[in-house]
Each structure stands twice: as C-alpha cells, then as structure tokens.
Design a protein around this ligand. Structure first.
Ligand code: SIN
Length: 285
C-alpha cells in the first residue's frame, strides 16, 4: 500500500531531524521509499515517523532496512517473546518486577560506542508516554555532532582531527559501573574522535563525557580536559533537538551523526513504555 502513498520528508525547525509522513511502516516499503529513508536519516540524523501502528514484528521488519538488527545482551530479561530484537525501555513493573530497562541512556551518549562496531542506528517506538497534569514528560534529546564539528574553530579541528578516544568500561565510575560480564564482553576500544559518515562522508565529533575515558597517546589530565570541552560543545543548545513523544511515534536516529540522552523527569505512577531496536554498525573511520 505504501506504493500508492507519497512519502514526504520535512526538515524539523531544529538543529537535527526531519519528519517523515505518507508512509505506513507496518507494510513493506518500496525500493524508492526505502532509499529515501536511508538518505534522509544520513542527512538529518533523526527521523520522526508520527502515528504508526506497529506490532513488534513489524518494527523489527522495518528495522532491517537499516542493516542487521542486534539482539541486546539483556534480551532474555527485557525482550519481547517472539521478537527478541525488541528491547523494552520502560519504568513499568509487572508483579513487582520491571518489564524493561528503566534507566537507559540518561547521560549523553552514542549507542554502543564502547563496542568495536558501535550501533549504526537505533529506533524507539512509543507505546506509552508519561504525562502529568496534561504535560508530556520523558522526552529524548538529540545533539547534532556533525554540526558541532562544523562549528569548531580551525585550530581545534587541526588539533583533534587524527586523535582517537578510548572507551574503557573498567575506567567508568558514573553513573554506574558495568557488571563483570559486560566488562568482559566489551574490552577497551578506541575510535576516531572525528568520524566520517559511511553514507555521506560528512565528518562529526565522536566523543562523550562519560563513555570516552582517555585519548590515545595523551596525558590523562589533558585528555580529560579535552574530552570534557568537546562533549560540552556538542550538547550546546544550538545543536540540540528535543523530541517530545506522542504515542505511536517511531523515531530512528543515526549514531554517527547524533548523540542522545533520555530525559528522566517522570516517575511512578506515570508510565513510559518504548520498544527499542538497534542496528549493527561498522568499525568507525
Ligand atoms: C536510549 O538511550 O536508548 C533510550 C533513550 C530514551 O529512552 O529516550
């Protein structure tokens, strides 16, 4: 049916993101719309598809457009039966037990930056969105790391162009220290601080205050100062789009172009329930 609709991509009035309408993601996509979505994601970093009615299977099927869908190492706990690719992000409990990961992504980050092959893209489908006194809570903020690179002074660009940041779970102190299994699964890795987008060739900053723990070949004190300065630069308001969710929004983001952060400004009895899929990426260059 999507063959008979006209898909439309409208840039948001924001430093990142576009809204995509005229496409029903519960149905198979035609080639033209599929390529249009891949191009739009590479260009805008975040795509918002409002008012989608999706089953877990349909979300997984749409996720395959972007590549191989990962199964989270915690899927046995927070997956969906029959669709282990879906990882539940939620503060909802059932029989006193959490049905999903409730504190995912509270710090600015890019998904799976600590892996040798970080996630290419991530998708969240809003099943339940928390509200209080008519106000919507539980937004997700996105920072355009490519625009942040563009805005750097030449002097800083020359200084960092060839540097590599280290991601080392054993050095993580806050907001939580990963468990021994996670540390063993993800040994320290380093990635270019300035990444080239695999589809557009556009450069973007790839450094985060919590996850980047040092810089290859740099004294730790200098490295920490540099990591902090660049991380703070990326999340300046002029680079940030904050998405306020509506139930049935499907949002996909490109982890090379944007960093993101969950705004946890809600608590029980407000309920937030999201289905997440993550798409495997390449080794950053
Ligand atoms: C995440 O970082 O994957 C979760 C973001 C959110 O829940 O808003």
């Amino acid at each position: 049916m999507s063959d008979t609709q006209t898909m439309s991509v409208t840039p948001l009035d924001a430093p990142a993101g576009a809204k995509v309408t005229g496409v029903d993601l519960s149905q198979p996509l035609n080639h033209e719309n599929g390529e249009g979505i891949l191009d739009a994601l590479a260009e805008h970093g975040v795509l918002v598809f409002p008012d989608q009615n999706l089953t877990p299977e349909q979300q997984v099927e749409f996720s395959r457009l972007f590549g191989e869908v990962e199964i989270n190492h915690n899927a046995a706990r927070f997956g969906i039966e029959g669709s282990p690719e879906i990882y539940i992000i939620s503060n909802v409990t059932k029989d006193g037990k959490p049905i999903g990961s409730s504190r995912a992504g509270e710090e600015w980050h890019s998904d799976m930056c600590y892996a040798k092959r970080p996630a290419r893209a991530t998708m969240l489908y809003a099943v339940e969105v928390p509200t209080l006194h008519g106000m919507t809570l539980g937004d997700t903020a996105f920072a355009n790391a490519a625009a942040a690179w563009d805005a750097l002074p030449d002097e800083m660009r020359d200084r960092i162009r060839d540097l590599r940041a280290v991601f080392d779970f054993t050095k993580r102190k806050r907001p939580y220290v990963p468990d021994a299994e996670t540390i063993a699964k993800y040994p320290p890795v380093d990635h270019p601080m300035v990444r080239r987008h695999p589809r557009t060739g556009r450069l973007g900053l790839y450094v985060m205050k919590v996850d980047s723990t040092s810089v290859v070949g740099m004294e730790q004190e200098d490295a920490r100062r540099l990591i902090d300065a660049l991380s703070d630069h990326i999340i300046k308001p002029r680079f940030v789009y904050r998405h306020q969710w509506t139930p049935r929004d499907l949002v996909v983001w490109d982890n090379c172009t944007v960093q993101h952060k969950a705004i946890v400004d809600y608590d029980h009895p407000q309920r937030r329930l999201m289905w997440r899929t993550t798409i495997r990426g390449d080794v950053p260059v």
